[in-house]
Design a protein around this ligand. Structure first.
Ligand code: ATP
Length: 213
């Protein structure tokens, strides 16, 4: 299987050592979860992988290119804890935006956006704005948008934190189908339902990343 994300010897220090000698490979088709106590460095690692921050040592490649080179939309998407939705766009327009930014046809992008929202149980809310829906509904919009542009690598920070059990199942199935089509996804999560369905499980303890066997 093709390696889509490759991390080697990555360390990051703020006032203390937050990440130490982190190594990781993500291959096409993999949904991988990362658990760790609050403050263990999960978001710090995702920020490095996304190219938002630079490691003190080590290397991070996304589809063979350095993460710091700002890979294009088509290569990587980030689903942050705060969702990052655009308030002035409808839910459907938010989801369509990665497809439009990468040159997709408007009608097709809006149709795909509506399909994704329907799949996540909020097909009747497509014309609403983020301020007009609940936090769990906003989280589903952010998830739909994250997969909409079919990025090769998706980095997601607690993508099911505001969802009920039934909706978590919809979200997990969406992520599994997404990676099945040839992408890879790394998810920082405390959600046992999501972790149970992952292909591999990582743990971040005291800044060191290990894999559950
Ligand atoms: N920009 C920064 N400057 C200084 N310290 C930072 C910075 N970013 C993160 N840290 C510190 O690094 C440690 C790891 O933070 P991080 O946000 O990665 O934790 P986390 O595992 O994502 O936690 P949570 O599960 O609560 O979201 C924390 O001690 C935090 O205070």
């Amino acid at each position: 299987m093709t390696t889509l994300l490759s991390v080697s010897g990555v360390s990051r220090r703020f006032s203390t050592d937050v990440l130490t000698d982190v190594g990781l490979e993500l291959k096409a088709g993999e949904l991988v979860t990362m658990v760790g106590r609050s403050g263990s460095g999960k978001s710090a690692l995702l920020a490095l992988l996304a190219g938002f921050d630079q490691p003190d040592t080590g290397s991070i490649d996304i589809t063979g290119l350095p993460a710091a080179s700002s890979p294009p939309w088509s290569t990587m998407a980030v689903l942050p804890q705060s969702f990052g939705l655009l308030d002035e766009l409808t839910l459907e327009e938010n989801v369509a935006s990665p497809m439009l930014f990468s040159g997709g046809e408007a009608g097709e992008a809006m149709a795909t956006a509506a399909e994704l929202l329907t799949r996540l149980g909020i097909g009747e809310l497509t014309r609403r704005y983020p301020a007009e829906v609940s936090i769990g509904q906003r989280q589903r919009v952010a998830l739909a948008r994250a997969v909409a542009g079919k990025p090769k690598v998706l980095l997601a920070d607690e993508p099911t934190a505001h969802l009920d059990h039934a909706t978590i199942e919809l979200a997990v199935q969406l992520l599994l189908d997404f990676v099945h089509d040839g992408s890879a996804c790394l998810v920082a999560t405390h959600d046992p339902a999501l972790t149970a369905r992952a292909h591999r499980r990582l743990q971040l303890v005291d800044g060191r990343l290990t894999e559950d066997q």
